[in-house]
Design a protein around this ligand. Structure first.
Ligand SMILES: Cc1cc2nc3c(=O)[nH]c(=O)nc-3n(C[C@H](O)[C@H](O)[C@H](O)COP(=O)(O)O)c2cc1C
Length: 321
């Protein structure tokens, strides 16, 4: 019997390690027609600010080889619109929810959390998306500055929910930022957001996206995500990591878990098949059994402990029959 539960923090255990990534499944029940959202470990909202936003000019999404590139921008109804139109549906369906938040200033993050006070216990955690420009720091991304991330953690420290910080891979300071999250009292990190990129339409030799450049996602970024997860676990093995980036199959999910993730999120693969996350969840037990793993907790970080060979002998040691 394979145990898919995964403990993210002392307060938060998910029924399974598979979630959707922020931004690919809307704000509440948009994907409910494809599968029952309660089957996933949690539903993650698209990032919400304390104000409503329209996002970037079209086209916002384009193919890019085996991956895709988007400049959707952080479009959304704002936290008040979400509380009015979306939260009631999630509350009524009792969907374990992680609310992703963003801002343009450090205080914006505190403001959106203040609005979420008393939202209800269907909200299990917040994901703090720091891959956005800081208007108080020459539009540099918050996530590229350990100091800015530290300030956000201070500004949000009264939050009673677990706080996971979703980091940008577009910086050589990524591991310093992870260290800042550990020291600043975050509950964990989400690795990784999209990789800065650009594509030209080869017929017109013009950018494919309305905003010209955007974020690369999908299979092309999986190995960047694996490295980020692996390095975080190597430095801070007890600090929870949620892995995201290019996961399209159960074996991809296992790779991220073995690198050090306690749970994973599925993004771009949902554009190929809206049921991708559920499919990965369904295929995970068999894929784990084939490698000799019975629990997610045994799989998390297995690559740091000798991989399959070490675990198989550990299992044999526990049960020689
Ligand atoms: C269309 C689109 C919209 C996204 N919107 C958000 C967002 O609102 N907040 C966020 O933190 N990440 C957002 N992301 C990034 C994803 O959550 C994820 O980190 C990234 O796409 C890598 O995972 P993937 O390769 O599985 O897509 C978005 C990605 C895509 C493709």
């Amino acid at each position: 019997m394979i145990d898919l539960t995964t403990r993210l923090t002392n307060e938060l255990t998910l029924s399974s390690p598979v979630m959707n990534a922020s931004g690919v499944a809307g704000f509440s029940t948009e994907v409910q027609g494809y599968f029952d959202q309660r089957d996933l470990g949690a539903f993650v909202t698209k990032s919400l600010a304390h104000f409503a936003t329209e996002g970037n000019p079209a086209p916002r999404v384009s193919g890019a080889g085996i991956s895709m590139i988007n400049s959707v921008g952080l479009t959304g109804p704002g936290v008040r619109g979400w509380l009015e139109f979306h939260a009631p549906k999630l509350r009524m369906n009792n969907v374990p929810t992680i609310v992703s938040i963003w801002g343009r200033t450090v205080q914006d993050y505190a403001k959106v959390l203040a609005e979420l006070n008393g939202v209800g216990d269907f909200v299990k955690a917040v994901e703090i998306n720091v891959s956005c420009p800081n208007i108080e720091d020459s539009m540099n991304m918050f996530g590229h500055s350990p100091q800015a991330v530290a300030e956000i953690l201070v500004a949000t420290q009264t939050c009673k929910l677990p706080r996971f910080v979703k980091l940008s891979p577009n910086t050589h300071l990524l591991q310093e930022v992870v260290a800042t999250c550990v020291e600043g009292g975050a509950s964990g990190v989400v690795l990784i957001n999209t990789v800065l990129g650009m594509a030209l339409d080869k017929r017109f030799l013009l950018p494919t996206l309305g905003a010209r450049s955007g974020g690369l996602s999908g299979p092309a970024i999986r190995q960047m995500s694996i490295r980020a997860i692996y390095d975080s676990y190597a430095s801070f093995p007890h600090f929870p990591v949620i892995g995201v980036g290019g996961i399209s199959t159960a074996n991809d999910a296992i790779e991220a878990l073995a690198a050090g993730a306690r749970a994973i999120q599925v993004g771009t693969a949902s554009f190929v098949d809206p049921r991708a996350a559920l499919k990965i969840l369904r295929e995970l037990p068999l894929a784990m059994a084939r490698l000799g793993f019975e629990r997610i907790s045994d799989l998390t970080g297995a690559a740091h402990r000798g991989g399959v060979a070490a675990t198989k002998s550990a299992l044999e040691f526990r049960d020689p029959t």
